[in-house]
Every structure is written in C-alpha cells, then in structure tokens.
Design a protein around this ligand. Structure first.
Ligand code: NAD
Length: 523
C-alpha cells in the first residue's frame, strides 16, 4: 500500500507516515457508513451531545500534543495552533453540543391564511445520511471540526478526507471521536489527495462539504452536478481591507499586519489588498513597513516565532513568481520579496506598493505573505476596486466612525465583513461562514451551518380529519363564483366591494359546512 509522508515545512524532516486509502476501497467505506447510519440516527440527540462533549474534553486534555502536531505538519506558530485552531475547535464543540437541541427542534411555521390558521405547520429536521468532508491543509483542525461536529450531532455518518499535507492531524481528529464513543463506521477516514477525493464523491455519499481552492472547487462542482449531488463549497478569496483616514493608525497598522501575515498569509481570509486613503498614506505605509520588519520568522515550535514557513515547495515558488511578475508590471516592493536563505519553505513578509494605475491582480489568490498597498482618493474608489474582484469571501474596514464602517460594510461584496478586526470571525461559532461570487456556495458554522447537514422537511397537519376541503373535486361553477367573492372579500382595496362579497361568501361557506356535516353523519 502506498504511503503518504508528512513533511515538516520548517525543517523538511519527516513528521510521520500514513497509508493512502486505495481509491477502490472508498466505496466499501461509504457502504459501511450507510449500514451504520440508522442506528446512529436513532441514538438520540442527548446521547450524541454527550459524546461530543466527551470528545471536547479529550481535545482539551491533548491540547498541547495536538497544537504541536499542527505546527509540525503545516508550520504555523505554536501560538496560533493553540489559540486559533485548538481553542476554536474546543469552543465550537461546546457551542453545538449545547445548542443543537434548540436548532434541531421542530420549527413552527405559523400560517397567516384564514383557511389554514388552525393547522399544525412546522419544519422537521432529519439527518441527510453519509456526508463526505474534504479539507485543506491550512487550518487542518478547525476547518474540519466546524463541519464534523454538527454533522455527527445531527445524526449523520461522516467520511473525512484530510489534506495529503496534514494526514496525521486527520487521524488524530478521528481518534478523539472514536475514543469519545462515536461508532467506528460512523466516522471513517480516507487518506490521500485528488484521486481519493474524487473517489469519495463517486462513492455514494449524500452531500459533499469541500473546503479548498476555487479551481478544485469548480471541478468538484462539475463532478457533483453529474451525480445531482448536494454540495457546500468553501473556496478561495483575495480579501480587501479598506482603511479610512479617520482610523487609529497605530492600532490599524498592527491589525493589518496580523491580518496579512498570520499563518504566513495562508488563510482564505488573509488580507491581500489594502486600499488606504491617500490622506494618511505616508504615515500608514511607514508604520506598516516598520511593523512588517519586526515580524520574527522561524520554526513554529519556538514560542517567540511570529511567522512560520510556507506550507510546501509549490507555495514558495508561487510567492517568488508573484513578486517577479509584480515588479515586471511596475509595482514597487517596499520590504521583503525574497525567500529566506535557510532550510525550510521560508519567505519574507512582503509589502508591495501597487499603484491604482497598474491593473489589480484581484482575481488571483496570493495565499501567502504578500500584501499589496493601493492608495485611493476616497471610500467610493476603495469600494469600486474591492468589488471588482471575482472573489467575495472576507473583507475588513478600518475606521473610527461606527456609521461609516457599517455603511461601507453593507456596500462591500463579500460573505463576511469585519470592522476594525480581521480573520477571527471564522472562529466565532455563531457567525455563519460563506463566500459569494467565486468564493463559495452554502454555509458552515452557526445555525445556518447546521441547516446544511439536515433534510428540512415541512409537515402540515389539518386537525379536522373529517373535513372535505373547498378546493377538492368536484369542480363547479358555484365554486368559481364563491372564489371570486372570497378574493374580493380578502384582498379588494374597496371597502364597498368587500362588504358586497360577504353574503355570497357566507352562503357558500354554509353550503360547505352542510356538506361536511352530512359526511360526518354518514360515518
Ligand atoms: P486544494 O483545493 O488544493 O485541496 C483541498 C482538498 O481537496 C485537499 O484535501 C485535496 O486533496 C482535495 N482535492 C484536490 N483535488 C481534488 C479533486 N479533484 N477532487 C476532490 N478532492 C480534491 O486546497 P489547499 O491547497 O489544500 O488549501 C488552500 C486553498 O483552500 C486556498 O485556496 C484557500 O483560500 C482555500 N480555503 C478556503 C477556505 C474557506 O473557508 N473559504 C478555508 C480554508 C482554505
């Protein structure tokens, strides 16, 4: 059986190995999940909540080992592994375990129409079945956890394919749930890359939850379309930050630097473009350069490291290529721009002044430690540049004015807008997460994320089980005349028309009651 080597991007040493799942075995895995599903579905929400809480306690107990493994496998600083990934995952487990009961309870739909007012009307939630989850390497714990937890809680079985760059964390995640009491076939894992991902989509799962690049998402969407398979796609971004002239520049520059270089800029919601007001251009750019130069790059296992390496060789080459092309187009590198001369995929945090006269590379995701700075004359120009992108994932606005911030937030084309902060909304359990345009389809996190895991069935019950309905056969001229009068009574703007309709409506209503009384008497 072929092996996957997990490589530490800071040292290029092997962290560990795991077996690739043979693609031809994936169907059997999914079949086993289907067989196990009815029992899990029937196990009851309170039992499943208890298991999720138990898994949460296990993650808490193993927080140091798991943070360390994240850093070893994909390079981010240990601080981020603990504060952003592990703590985010612990929180989301508690959030869903506590609230799933409320979210999945029958949702009453009161009916406004006088003919239906007495009916019982509600939405009923039931699990979909077997869900396929395909995840990226850049947030190898929090991203899959935000999907696996609500999927299991709502009674689904899960087949999870972690990224081929972070297979060991994938196994750890499964171990936590199995140890907590999830049955073996309810949470299974498929290890490998694109081949295994494709095999999973073809293996008979009910829905695919994919997080990754827009290019791959596009392929997956096509594959799902051929199978008429539901999907949620969380894809790439090229996220703008708009800085108004009334922003606190010291605080804002620190926030922008973090938003651009946290996780070595390898977040779907990293700041890639800063549109800054010309009035504050000199001061803000000076602060950004000063703070970028203070970022300490190094091995993420060192507690003082601010920025780790890129995730892999391809990422490193992509950054070098981007800087070269930017310079050829006339953009000016303000600081950084080069690979760091040591073992590992290290690249300098880089700021590039990108004058608005040079076409903006807004439809290409940078996904690394490069941030472009574009001075603009006002908010309108910033919004126009930001909205020109074919992506629409996350964005941020930096201003001292509450009114201005919220006004701009409504105009920006994105799934998420943060005002005076960046990135962390992804870790706020209640905040649903989605992308618009080429950034996504469907939701994860919060109540909307849970809705993606279930069939939402509408149920309507007439308490009058012996009643013949007005709209049933036989059709008659009398019925048409009554309906015309009924419509006048209910909807006419003219009071006199409404009043005139009353006798006809009462007459047909009496006839209707008479028919139903006769039917009842016969029974
Ligand atoms: P990727 O698209 O290369 O891979 C993602 C996953 O898809 C991996 O598990 C991979 O093995 C699998 N895969 C690849 N080709 C496949 C195919 N043809 N069929 C089925 N599965 C396939 O992405 P990546 O490099 O792992 O992650 C980085 C990308 O993810 C960036 O573009 C980033 O913006 C995006 N991302 C988006 C979000 C979001 O929430 N919108 C979050 C994190 C990352």
């Amino acid at each position: 059986m072929e092996k996957i080597n997990s490589i530490n991007p800071a040292t290029l040493e092997t962290v560990g190995q795991t077996e690739q799942t043979p693609p031809e075995k994936v169907k059997e895995i999914v079949l086993n999940a289907h067989k196990a599903f009815p029992q899990w579905r029937g196990s009851g929400l309170s039992k499943r909540s208890r298991i999720i809480k138990e898994a949460q306690q296990l993650l808490l107990a193993h927080k140091e080992n798991i943070s360390r493994l994240i850093t070893l496998e994909m390079g981010r600083p240990i601080n981020e592994s603990l504060v952003l990934e592990v703590s985010g995952a612990i929180d989301i487990m508690g959030y869903y375990a506590k609230r799933a009961n409320k979210f999945l309870d029958d949702r009453r739909i009161p009916l406004h129409h006088m003919l239906f007012k007495r009916r019982k009307s509600y939405m009923y939630f039931e699990p979909l079945g077997v869900l396929g989850i395909i995840s990226p390497w850049n947030w190898p714990l929090l991203i899959p956890m935000g999907i696996i937890v609500p999927a299991l809680l709502s009674g689904n079985a899960v087949v999870f394919k972690p990224s081929e760059f972070t297979p060991l964390i994938g196994h750890k995640i499964r171990d936590l749930f199995i140890e907590a009491g999830v049955p073996e076939h309810i949470f299974q894992i498929v290890q490998g890359g694109a081949t295994q991902g494709k095999a999973l989509i073809n293996a008979g799962v009910e829905k695919i939850f994919f997080t990754g690049s827009t290019g791959v998402g596009h392929n997956i969407f096509q594959q799902c379309a051929c199978l008429l398979m539901k999907n949620v796609l969380e894809m790439g971004g090229s996220d703008p930050a708009i800085v108004c002239e009334d922003a606190d520049l010291d605080i804002t520059s620190s926030g922008l630097i973090w938003g651009g270089f946290c996780n070595c800029g390898q977040n779907c919601n990293s700041i890639e473009h800063i549109y800054l007001n010309e009035k504050i251009q000199d001061r803000l750019i000076a602060l950004l350069i000063e703070k970028t130069k203070q970022i300490r790059s190094g091995n993420g296992l060192d507690n003082d490291t601010d920025m780790g390496p890129l995730g892999n060789q391809a990422q490193l080459e992509k950054m070098e290529d981007f800087v070269k092309q930017a310079q050829e187009k006339g953009a000016k590198v303000l600081c950084g721009g080069n690979r760091i001369d040591k073992k590992g995929y290290f690249f300098e945090p880089t700021l590039i002044l990108w004058d608005k006269s040079i076409p903006q590379p807004i439809n290409k995701e940078i996904f690394g430690p490069i941030v472009l700075l574009t001075p603009v004359k006002d908010d309108d120009e910033a919004i126009a540049l930001a909205n020109h992108s074919t992506f629409g994932l996350a964005s941020s606005i930096w201003t001292g004015s509450k009114k201005r911030g919220e006004k701009l937030a409504r105009r920006i084309e994105a799934g998420t807008v943060m005002i005076n902060d960046v990135i962390v909304s992804f870790g706020i359990a209640e905040a649903g997460w989605t992308g618009i345009k080429n950034s996504g389809i469907g939701w994860v996190h919060g109540e909307k994320g849970l809705d993606e895991m279930v069939n939402i069935k509408y149920i309507n019950r007439d308490p009058q089980s012996h009643t013949q309905k007005l709209w049933w056969f036989p059709y008659t001229t009398k019925m048409i005349e009554s309906m015309k009068k009924g419509l006048d009574l209910l909807f006419s703007k003219s009071i006199s028309k409404r009043i005139a309709a009353i006798p006809g409506v009462l007459k047909s209503f009496a006839g209707y009651l008479f028919i139903n009384r006769k039917k009842k008497d016969k029974m």
